[in-house]
Write a protein that binds this ligand. Structure first.
Ligand code: SF4
Length: 90
């Protein structure tokens, strides 16, 4: 089965009001879940061990929210109207 090509999608990111905000207190095992499970690969450990997260490219699937809840994800909501992902298949 072929993997979907996400490069055709279009994103309108509200950088001033991101739809996902991480909590300050972060359990490394919980963060590892995010790195492994996010289908868009938006959670990545840096060489210094810190976690880099960029909301740009989010598929709005909710996986991170379901896996970690409020202990790690301080805010998860759908983007405002006109923001977020526009799926394009091709
Ligand atoms: S909602 Fe899905 S795509 Fe977006 S950051 Fe969470 S796991 Fe990744």
């Amino acid at each position: 089965m072929n993997k979907p090509d996400l490069s055709h999608n279009h994103y309108q990111v509200d950088t001033a009001n991101p739809h996902i905000i991480l909590a300050d207190a972060q359990d490394r095992l919980m963060l590892m879940r995010l790195v492994i499970a996010c289908p868009a690969g938006l959670y990545q450990f840096q060489p210094d061990g810190s976690l880099h997260f960029d909301v740009h490219g989010c598929l709005e699937c909710g996986t991170c929210r379901l896996l970690c809840g409020e202990a790690v994800i301080a805010r998860w909501r759908y983007p405002d109207a006109g923001q977020g992902i526009e799926f394009r298949f091709g």
